[in-house]
Design a protein around this ligand. Structure first.
Ligand code: FAD
Length: 289
């Protein structure tokens, strides 16, 4: 089913993001995680892909497992280091895996890697995919503004190009201050962008998230979460509990404010997905009544 069709039926979607294991790793661990995620009945599960086309085959493999489990997959597809022929091949693999929902991405710049002559932006990829079949396209967006954009206004102008190229819904970059999401929603309203936007929430539950992921995303850390990190950085159980509590609170506020759903970056951790899903299930049920 197309995710845009789910948005037509529901006020707020609930979904998870997973990443594929390394090409040489066996699939049993991720299969078990996916089974546990499927038991939580998300609206869909997205699977990331590496820039450079290297991760695409594994992305298709994981997407087909998600599909076998009876959940709709959303496959990420990047283009920054890919030729048109590479993308054509990846699309073939995804289609063979039963994928119709694609998150069209530029991808992060990989130092030293040759950049595509065929695609400069996610909007180029979205237009290319739109011409090739009946896919449902998601795009990335940035409540705190993409770091390469000169201003939030320019970022929104570029976002419009993605939508004009066929993107029908958006998933946000992770953020820890809901006010950034609300300000972003106002900018979208002003620009006349009406496609549904799901808030991307990454529960900050591990030291490695603090060290790597936050740095990569450039997300701003409000005082409340900085205090949590300072206090529990070396106490794994407490960081897990406090991170889940923070994410639960963020999600309850977003759903109260009318967000069209939450996409949870669960970092392949089914325990985190299950605990937060249980915490917010009655709120989700209420907004979807
Ligand atoms: P674009 O939309 O191309 O935007 C990049 C920059 O170019 C922005 O400053 C934008 O304003 C500007 N721009 C966009 N279109 C135009 C245009 N037509 N003309 C001029 N300027 C333009 N990375 C991965 O490698 N793999 C993943 O699986 C992955 N998943 C992600 C999932 C989500 C939900 C998000 C938010 C990000 C994800 N990323 C992933 C990271 C993403 O690839 C980076 O943030 C990347 O820097 C930008 O990708 P984009 O698709 O938003 O690019």
């Amino acid at each position: 089913m197309k995710i845009s069709g789910i948005f037509e039926k529901k006020k707020a979607l609930w979904s998870f993001e997973v990443f594929p294991p390394k090409p040489t790793a066996d699939m049993s661990g991720v299969r078990q995680t996916l089974k546990e995620l499927a038991d939580l009945s998300p609206d869909y599960v997205s699977v990331t892909c590496g820039a450079g086309g290297t991760g695409n085959r594994r992305t298709a493999e994981i997407a087909s497992v998600i599909k076998e489990l009876g959940i709709e997959p959303l496959a990420h597809l990047t283009c920054i280091n890919s030729s048109a022929a590479d993308v054509e091949r990846s699309l073939g693999e995804l289609t063979a895996a039963g994928v119709t929902n694609i998150l069209a991405l530029r991808g992060d710049r990989v130092p030293g890697a040759e950049e595509s002559k065929d695609f400069r932006h996610a909007s180029d990829l979205a237009a290319f995919i739109t011409e090739r079949g009946d896919y449902d396209l998601c795009g990335a967006c940035y409540p705190e503004c993409h770091p390469e954009s000169a201003s939030p206004e320019e970022d929104i102008e570029n976002l419009k190009k993605k939508i004009d190229a066929g993107v029908t819904h958006l998933n946000t970059q992770l953020f820890y201050d809901n006010e950034d999401f609300y300000r972003f929603s106002e900018r979208l309203d002003k620009a006349g962008i009406t496609v549904p936007v799901q808030a991307g929430i990454m529960p900050l539950v591990k030291k490695s998230h603090v060290d790597k992921t936050i740095g990569l995303s450039g997300a701003k850390l409000p005082g409340k979460i900085s205090r949590m990190i300072a206090r529990f950085y070396d106490d794994p159980d407490s960081l897990m509990a406090a991170g889940i509590a923070y994410a639960t609170d963020q999600i309850a506020d977003l759903l109260s404010a009318g967000a069209r759903g939450v996409h949870l970056y669960v970092m392949n951790n089914a325990y985190v997905a299950r605990t937060i899903t249980n915490n917010v299930s009655s709120i989700l049920a209420s907004v979807n009544r």
